[in-house]
Design a binder for this molecule. Structure first.
Ligand SMILES: Cc1ncc(COP(=O)(O)O)c(C=O)c1O
Length: 398
């Protein structure tokens, strides 16, 4: 019995292998400091849970409309539009089971086999996986380190475009590197998209996970709403990763296709979870503020401790819950073959578990720096301090 050939092109989140290695190490009686998780160790707020339970008790357990219940589409159009300075109509909103399905459904809608799609690298690994799986041509664009973090290499991005390029995936407030566009960079990306008539997927999973300043959406720039699909998710902002609730905001014609894809794929998003989503959007935002306060303190601790480790440096990101230190000198000083060996030995010597650059898309020719990703959404301040102190002692003593 054969497995379909297209499965050869399907990637995955190899970061799950890191979680497995950490779990195995823990099961053998060792202490683990989990910096690999993109999950959140804080519970969903009580008023959201209560709304979900009330919806179940009220019989909101049957099928519901494919693009989402009207009340949630209205609340999303209002909230997403207000926060981005855009006018969004509820029929542009298609509710999905988390943010991730928006990536696949966007590509299914706008990309034919053989079409090129630009995407960030390092970046969320599902972009590369789904472009290849659906028969597109992956066009990874790179970043340049700056004193404040990272900037998109716009010349490189432009150089990848061919007449077959149909779409650009843009993840401002970026996983894993926490890069954030300046206004000028965002405008340059928008200009490129318009010049080359590209569809844009604006992955805004971390739009509200920020500690200073204000997030902006490329979709709000002139001429962009008609070519942009926004990926929105409840996962991070409302600590609802397992509830699987998100949406796409798309031009009407694309929204109609996304809705039909929903009907084909999952019929609808879990009915009672959508009522919890309404409570999340319209209820108190105090839990979001408290979570951001907690994450800001964690970020400050992580950045302070990382920059005290010999051979490791990291800029202080203003958003997301990731820090992406350059560990090139530490790896070299320790005489290790590569960052993979660094990660493996760090786990076994200190219990500190993290992903590396290799988990976020295929490494590009000419890359000569080594990076790791430290996620601080699933580890408290005390463990951050103890774990990174152990890491410092291990690197310093080598
Ligand atoms: C950049 C980015 N986009 C999308 C997602 C998917 O989020 P969700 O859990 O809502 O599917 C993630 C999750 O980690 C992410 O980091």
């Amino acid at each position: 019995m054969k497995i379909a050939r297209r499965i050869d092109d399907l990637g995955t989140e190899t970061a799950f292998a890191v979680a497995r290695a950490a779990a195995e190490w823990k099961a053998r009686g060792n202490r683990v400091f989990p910096f690999h998780l993109g999950d959140i160790d804080l519970p969903t707020a009580p008023h959201i849970v209560e709304a979900m339970n009330a919806a179940i008790a009220d019989g909101k357990t049957g099928y519901c409309p494919g693009p989402g219940i009207p009340e949630l589409r209205e609340a999303l159009a209002d909230d997403i539009g207000t926060r981005r300075g855009m006018r969004i109509s509820p029929d542009q909103v298609v509710v999905t089971t988390g943010g991730k399905p928006v990536i696949t459904k966007f590509l299914q809608t706008v990309m034919d086999p053989g079409d090129g799609v630009l995407y960030p690298n390092p970046g969320f690994p599902i972009y590369e996986s789904q472009i290849a799986y659906l028969g597109g041509v992956p066009l990874p664009y790179r970043y340049i380190p700056t004193p404040d973090g990272f900037a998109i290499d716009l010349d490189h991005l432009r150089s990848l475009i061919t007449p077959q390029t149909t779409a650009l995936i843009y993840n401002d407030l970026q996983n894993p590197i926490s890069a954030e566009s300046t206004d000028a960079e965002r405008e340059a990306v928008a200009q490129i998209a318009q010049e080359h008539d590209l569809w844009v997927l604006s992955d805004e999973a971390y739009f509200e996970m920020r500690y200073e300043g204000e997030s902006r959406s490329i979709a709000a720039l002139p001429g962009m709403a008609e070519r942009t699909v926004i990926l929105y998710t409840f996962s991070k902002k409302f600590a609802m990763t397992g509830s699987r609730l998100g949406c796409a905001v798309a031009p009407r014609a694309v929204a109609d296709v996304l809705s039909t894809l929903n009907t084909n794929d999952e019929s609808c998003t879990t009915h009672f979870v959508q009522w919890a989503g309404i409570a999340a959007l319209t209820g108190t935002q105090e839990p979001v503020r408290l979570m951001l306060d907690e994450f800001r303190a964690r970020r400050d601790a992580v950045c302070g401790l990382v920059n005290a480790i010999p051979g490791m440096t990291a800029a202080v990101p203003q958003s997301t819950f990731y820090v992406f230190p350059d560990v090139t000198e530490a790896v070299r000083r320790m005489g290790l073959a590569d960052v993979g060996e660094f990660a493996q030995q760090a786990l076994h010597s200190t219990g500190v578990s993290f992903c590396t650059r290799e988990h976020f898309g295929t490494r590009q020719p000419g890359e000569d720096r080594e990076y790791i990703r430290l996620a601080y959404s699933g580890i408290g301040l005390e463990d951050i301090t103890e774990g990174l102190t152990r890491l410092r002692e291990w690197v310093a003593d080598a």
